[in-house]
Ligand binder design. Structure first.
Ligand code: SF4
Length: 269
């Protein structure tokens, strides 16, 4: 099998946050959490990515910055995939100015998620506020290596979604992606966090009504993808959009989990 051109490598299932909607608590991630690959094994996977001409590699987790050997792995990626787009998704709790500069030198793009402003602690399962993350987004922008920001909308942060968007834009995010929480992983234990279609439409129109900050943004309207067959029937009926076409999972993109197992998509088992 040839690897798709976009690959996500989930370097670890460990995380220092406990977001109540984290997909990493899904069955596939729980299964692979105990058997994390070593750096040399990830390097072999990156060699395979190079042999298959993968164009785009996203390092994620869990929280990839918890791996002490992360830079060694990413360094190898840059060596064997000199022209590929490399990116790191991080909750930014361990990100520093030195690391931003290092990633800039290695041409590794940075992406993070802003889980809320007032709701940040509740949406990360921590006692943290959003200030440090916002400062990091601003610092990355000042250092000419701006971060992409994603926002997951839940019933707990929906009312501040426009403020979250404005904060990310003002701090200098390179792009902003906004999507409603999906029913998977830990979110299956917190279905009260799901927003209604009407609430989601409201969030989108409030964001569209903001003054243009010049930051490109997009909405993810997946709710539940067509390939999800593991959801309770009531949820499927409530959320599935019959107009949706099958996506390109496994064709254009794929995922390798912490234990080295391949899946066609983040949400697939
Ligand atoms: S920061 Fe990411 S990996 Fe960590 S708990 Fe939150 S959603 Fe999961």
């Amino acid at each position: 099998m040839r690897l798709p051109r976009q690959m996500t490598l989930e370097l670890t299932a460990k995380c220092n946050f406990r977001c109540p909607y984290c997909y990493c608590a899904s069955r596939s991630m729980r299964q692979s959490a105990g058997a994390e690959l070593r750096a040399d094994e990830w390097k072999a996977i990156l060699d395979r990515c190079a042999a298959d001409a993968v164009e785009d590699v996203l390092f994620s987790g869990g929280e990839a910055l918890l791996r002490p050997d992360l830079l060694e792995i990413v360094d190898h990626a840059r060596r064997v995939l000199p022209a590929a787009r490399l990116a790191l998704f991080t909750n930014a709790s361990r990100l520093t100015e030195q690391l931003i500069l290092r990633f800039r030198r290695m041409r590794v793009h940075l992406a993070t998620s802003l889980q809320g402003l007032a709701a940040y602690g509740a949406m990360t399962g921590t006692r943290r506020g959003s200030d440090r993350l916002l400062r990091m987004i601003a610092r990355a922008s000042e250092l000419k290596w701006p971060m992409a920001v994603s926002m997951t909308i839940t019933s707990a942060n929906a009312d501040e979604a426009a403020d979250m968007f404005a904060a990310a834009a003002l701090m200098g995010a390179s792009t902003i992606q906004i999507g409603p929480v999906m029913a998977e992983g830990r979110a299956l234990e917190h279905l009260e966090l799901m927003v209604s279609r009407r609430k989601w439409a409201e969030v989108k129109s409030r964001i569209r009504a903001l003054p243009d900050a010049g930051v490109p943004y997009s909405f993810c309207d997946e709710f539940i993808c067509t390939c999800r067959d593991d959801l309770p029937a009531a949820l499927r009926r409530r959320w599935r959009d019959p107009r949706r076409q099958p996506c390109a999972a496994g064709r254009d993109f794929g995922v390798i989990g912490p234990d080295g197992r391949y899946r066609i998509c983040l949400h697939a088992h």
